[in-house]
Design a protein around this ligand. Structure first.
Ligand code: ADP
Ligand code: MG
Length: 284
């Protein structure tokens, strides 16, 4: 679905006379591959280059150096621009900036309408997208009346209605309360598992990473770590050096290991830890 090779991105700041006054290397030789249907999580502290990477996958930024291929389309080619944007939909952090309609169903219909989808097909898409994120019963409501999690699900439905093959969520859960985060994640996992939409989930919440197929950890514009959640969360100290946490239960298991209990590395859930502790207890 996505193939990124040796991608470099520099933000260049110029003064009035067009002289370069500052260069910021936001991506530094990034290589990433994502298969169709995968759920990929991207971690990294603020300023590590996650949003810049997301914008390249959505063809909002131009790859000056390196290559970005989305669904076989080279994002550096002018004629592919809109195709790439249609294939990779983006959901951003602030739900209030993404909602434009005065009614939920109208909002979700904007994308397909702009794409030139015939009117009768638009309503089909709106209905299906709202059902996919569990917001169909709110279709006649004003988006202003919704909770943060509900607004984000409407924003996701708006992207889904454009039939993307891939959805990139750039910290789309960051401004939500725990309940809202769960709602959104459930909706996104549903799209991934039922509709086989490829998901790139950029997040700070470690619990949202546990179910991913693959994790990339960004640091200073580079991919610092890559692997399955279990592989990544086995490397607690390395993550901490990169300014990141691990899920609470993983940290607890790590502490127990350090204290001498034979607990496995990369414990991801409470059930796993309980099972291991019971085995240890039985063995005594
Ligand atoms: P993240 O999403 O991980 O927080 P970003 O991709 O937003 O990281 O930013 C990566 C680096 O690029 C940061 O140092 C940031 O300050 C810089 N940067 C981001 N956007 C711009 C911009 N429009 N102009 C200049 N520098 C930018
Ligand atoms: Mg960002």
């Amino acid at each position: 679905m996505i193939k990124i090779k040796n991608l470099v991105h520099e933000y260049i700041r110029r003064d009035e006379d067009d002289n370069v006054v500052d260069i910021k290397k936001a991506l530094d030789d990034v290589n990433i591959e994502v298969k169709k249907g995968e759920f990929v999580a991207i971690l990294g502290h603020n300023g590590s280059g996650k949003s810049t990477l997301a914008k390249h996958i959505n063809a909002l930024l131009y790859p000056e150096e390196g290559q970005v291929i989305v669904d076989g389309l080279d994002a550096s080619k002018e004629e592919n621009l809109w195709k790439v944007r249609q294939r990779a939909g983006m959901v951003f952090q602030n739900p209030d900036n993404q909602i434009i309609g005065t009614m939920v169903e109208e909002d979700v219909g904007f994308g397909p309408e702009n794409m030139g989808v015939p009117p009768e097909k638009i309503w089909e898409r709106v209905e299906k997208s709202l059902k996919a994120v569990g917001m169909y019963q709110y279709r006649k409501k004003s988006p202003n009346k919704l909770s943060g999690g509900q607004k984000q699900r409407v924003a996701i439905a708006g992207v889904v209605a454009m039939h993307p093959k891939c959805i990139i969520l750039d910290e789309a859960t960051a401004m939500l309360d725990p309940g809202g985060r769960k709602e959104v994640l459930r909706a996104v996992r549903g799209l991934n598992q039922v509709e086989e939409v490829t998901i790139l989930h950029i997040t700070h919440y470690m619990e949202e990473v546990v179910h991913a197929d693959k994790v990339f950890v960004m640091d200073k514009g580079k991919v610092a770590m890559a692997g399955t959640p279990r592989e990544i969360f086995s490397r607690v100290e390395e993550l901490q050096t990169l300014g990141l946490n691990v899920p609470q239960v993983t940290l607890l298991a790590h502490e127990l290991r350090k204290a001498g209990l034979p607990v496995s590395k990369g414990i991801l859930t409470g059930e796993e830890l309980t099972r291991e502790l019971l085995t240890i207890k039985a063995g005594r």
